[in-house]
Design a binder for this molecule. Structure first.
Ligand SMILES: *Cc1c(COP(=O)(O)O)cnc(C)c1O
Length: 347
């Protein structure tokens, strides 16, 4: 493939001399007296700056995710990685990105913040992707194509061969956001990083791993792309408490796997039960921990549920999602409460 990473990078980032923090400069040597970073010697456990590259946590993650340490970036949520993609590759006012539509809203918001033209390309009625349409929307100023699989808010995994076509035929960056891949049977793209130098895969601690409060997102990509993320990120972007708690979570993967299997079992039950409701017009196929359902009046049902202290996501105003609610799979009790309330709903 005809891929030249240096041609994609913004000039100012290419030439950037990154901030060198106190901890970087003595790296690799042994020390026990730290008078280099103007920290307080008091308040042990919190007084020292955290590891800027999160080596311990990445080492553990590497084993779990089967990705080498040097191909992992950790950020303050996936949102940090999304923003960094723009700041590294996209020249404000000149460059553009292409994305599937509908999808996760942060790709567009970050484009707008960074003054980058955002080119949405509609999925078909069943929310499938057509690589040719995305490729046709690119031009010489397109730096990135955004894909999300399983997609949010539609729930379905996109066809792998179409994503592979984007990776093979587009000479810029292809981001595949796999925030929900733990709930899907599809092969994750992070296993195939070696095959595509233009691939960035996003994962998160916020969904299957039950750690949305920690704010910890992952990007997997070539060593060269990860080096760019590390060059541009804030020096101490992942705080000490998050690094510790995340490392702890990884010691008990059996518990996480148990949650995922409970949620996927409960999902099958919910899809069947929801389909039987008088208000339900269609339940869409899902590979995530939520599903999208078309109902007869999404906004009035949304408001009715709020009156019953139940919150779902009203996607009525999203393209191709008219009268759709997006419903997260909760505990069996929470799911039953939703179904019970909806059985009582009168038009
Ligand atoms: C929830 C979600 C994320 C997670 O974002 P964080 O900032 O890591 O919490 C990323 N991508 C998609 C598509 C999501 O739905």
């Amino acid at each position: 493939m005809n891929f030249d990473l240096t041609k994609l990078i913004r000039n100012n980032i290419q030439e950037l001399e990154p901030y060198s923090c106190a901890r970087d400069e003595f790296k690799g040597r042994k020390a026990n007296v730290f008078l280099d970073a103007n920290e307080s010697p008091y308040n042990q456990g919190f007084n020292r700056y955290p590891d800027p590259l999160q080596e311990e946590l990445k080492t553990r993650l590497s084993t779990v995710k089967h990705v080498p340490v040097e191909k992992i970036f950790l950020g303050n949520g996936s949102d940090e990685a999304i923003d960094l993609v723009y700041r590294i590759f996209c020249q404000p006012g000149t460059d553009n990105v292409v994305a599937i539509e509908p999808t996760y809203g942060m790709y567009r918001v970050c484009a707008e913040i960074n003054d980058i033209e955002y080119r949405p390309v509609l999925l078909d009625e069943d929310y499938n992707i057509d690589a040719s349409k995305l490729l046709a929307a690119t031009d010489q100023h397109t730096k990135v194509i955004w894909v999300c699989s399983p997609n949010n808010p539609t729930g379905n995994a996109l066809q792998r061969t179409e994503i592979e076509r984007l990776l093979n035929e587009f000479h810029g960056i292809v981001v595949v956001d796999e925030a929900y891949s733990d709930f899907s049977q599809e092969r994750p793209f992070r296993y195939d990083l070696a095959q595509w130098p233009n691939l960035i895969v996003l994962n998160t601690f916020s969904k299957a791993w039950g750690c949305a409060a920690l704010r910890l997102g992952m990007a997997f990509a070539s060593t060269d792309i990860i080096a760019l993320f590390n060059k541009v990120k804030y020096p101490y972007n992942v705080n000490q408490l998050t690094q510790q708690k995340a490392s702890e979570m990884l010691q008990d993967l059996a518990r996480i796997n148990q949650w995922v299997s409970l949620i996927t079992q409960e999902r099958e039950h919910m899809l069947l039960a929801f389909n039987e409701l008088p208000i339900c017009q269609k339940v869409y196929h899902t590979d995530a921990n939520f599903f999208l359902a078309k109902v007869n009046d999404a906004t009035s049902i949304y408001n009715y549920l709020i009156d019953h202290a139940i919150v779902v996501r009203n996607r009525n105003r999203v393209t191709l999602c008219q009268n759709c609610l997006r419903i997260t799979i909760g505990t069996p009790q929470e799911n039953s409460a939703l179904l019970a309330a909806l059985r009582q709903y009168k038009n």
